[in-house]
Design a protein around this ligand. Structure first.
Ligand code: SF4
Ligand code: SF4
Length: 440
């Protein structure tokens, strides 16, 4: 049988320097699924793309070479009509080449268990008993020992409900041992002391109440746990920067009463970070799939309204672009246009993005796509000051000359940094008032 290195070399020889269909996630991510291993957590396709079945992981033997061999099959396939076809993230790249030694994963997803205490209408999870298909962290540890997991690997908990996992502590410990960032998606119905304790060690938690009223919560989640979940959110918010509260918008929860109720609950319980997303099956599925809800113009307006209300109340907003088509994202941002460029129309002072890293550039791309004019970037890193992106120059903030040469204090500034607190303080001290924390 041809060795992995030889197979990799022939792909390299065939495509290096040429344009190939590829995506920035492909080859970096391993989704430890229940019935199969996946290559990403894309929700832009009706079905998660599969790398291979779980035979090897169930036998406790899955190695870097196995991953690469399956990956190559997918990459060859994608050049014609492969499993990523239809995904918006699949783009044409000039292929720079492969180097076996430096190939590493930097994102793993624990999606190898099923069972949940919630019954979200949009979820296929129907089992109230927790079932773990195989012990994924043990496979990951072997991959780490082989040098296939990067030093900055990020872990996400997907699948069923992690607070019901009897060995949640072991999964968390695996992440602590390597000092990796871990994000836990939970229904919030059970309060987990293990998760709470992890919040001070870099664990983040994300909960999606998807409602601002008890009635809507009950309809969407098919259980009566509205107050309980918000209470648990409040307890986790002892560490507010580690907690994200998500709203998956669709026609069942897009009323103003729910959106206002959600913002009020966030304020009441000390939430600082909100994720606004759309219901994937309504957006990417078809009516033939039998969904009895939709995502239309009213829901786009609901997303824009929710984002605006959250920003106005000082919440950091991540407009989770992964769950939207680019067209919907653009239309939502266009609805936000007046709000975002408000200072430009009133005072001609402008709109700036703070942070010229990948978040800032993605935000810039999205705002440009929506024809929202910007005046430039701000950044504290000296190496960015000489740079520009899409013709927008990056300026320094620290040590910037005062007006009139500096940036007018009534400018709108969108902070794109993940770690936004120091920047927020800095901007406030500089006298800026229209500051929002926003990324896409
Ligand atoms: S192109 Fe889409 S489906 Fe394929 S790996 Fe990237 S995100 Fe996943
Ligand atoms: S909380 Fe998550 S796993 Fe549970 S039913 Fe809802 S979407 Fe599914």
């Amino acid at each position: 049988m041809t060795s992995t290195k030889t197979q990799l070399q022939s792909f390299h020889d065939k495509f290096q320097g040429k344009k190939i269909k590829h995506c920035r996630i492909l080859g970096n991510t391993l989704n430890f699924g229940y019935d199969s291993l996946g290559i990403c957590c894309s929700s832009t396709l009706p079905h998660a793309p599969v790398l291979c079945n779980t035979d090897l992981v169930k036998r406790g033997s899955f190695h870097k070479d196995d991953f690469i061999q399956y990956l190559l099959e997918i990459m060859y396939g994608n050049q014609c009509d492969g499993i990523c076809t239809g995904c918006e993230a699949l783009e044409e790249f000039v292929f720079e080449g492969f180097d076996y030694g430096s190939m590493q994963l930097n994102h793993i997803i624990w999606n190898n268990f099923r069972g949940c205490n919630s019954r979200c209408v949009y979820c296929t999870e129907n089992n109230s008993k927790i079932l773990e298909s195989y012990t994924a962290y043990k496979i990951a540890e072997d991959l780490y020992q082989e040098g296939f997991l990067a030093e900055n690997t990020k872990i996400d908990f997907g699948g069923g409900e992690p607070t019901m996992l009897p060995n949640l502590k072991d999964y968390l410990q695996f992440g602590y041992d390597h000092h990796w960032r871990q994000t836990i998606n939970t229904s919030g119905i059970l309060f987990s002391q293990d998760i709470y304790d992890g919040l001070s060690q870099g664990v983040s938690v994300q909960i999606s109440p998807d409602a601002g009223t008890r009635q809507t919560y009950q309809k969407v989640k098919r259980c009566d746990c509205f107050d309980r979940v918000w209470n648990h959110i409040g307890r986790y918010c002892d560490y507010p920067d580690q907690v994200s509260v998500k709203y998956i918008v669709f026609s069942w929860n897009s009323s103003q009463e729910d959106l206002d109720g959600f913002v009020a609950q966030c304020k009441k319980h000390g939430v600082k970070r909100v994720v606004v997303s759309g219901e994937g099956s309504a957006i990417f599925g078809s009516a033939a799939d039998g969904y009895t809800w939709e995502f239309g113009e009213r829901e786009e307006a609901a997303c824009a309204y929710l984002i605006q209300e959250c920003l106005n109340n000082g919440l950091a907003v991540y407009f989770s672009s992964g769950n939207f088509s680019k067209t919907i994202q653009k239309r939502v941002l266009q609805k936000l246009s007046d709000f975002l460029k408000d200072s430009q129309t009133e005072n001609k002072s402008g709109l700036y993005i703070f942070g010229m890293g990948s978040n800032g550039k993605m935000l810039c791309d999205a705002l440009m796509e929506a024809n929202i004019p910007m005046n430039g970037f701000l950044d504290n890193a000296p190496e960015k000051w000489e740079q520009s992106y899409h013709g927008l120059a990056c300026q320094r903030l620290a040590g910037m000359p005062r007006e009139p040469r500096g940036i007018p204090k009534d400018s709108s500034i969108l902070i794109s940094n993940e770690n936004f607190r120091p920047v927020l303080e800095q901007l406030k001290q500089e006298g800026f008032q229209r500051i929002h924390i926003f990324h896409v």
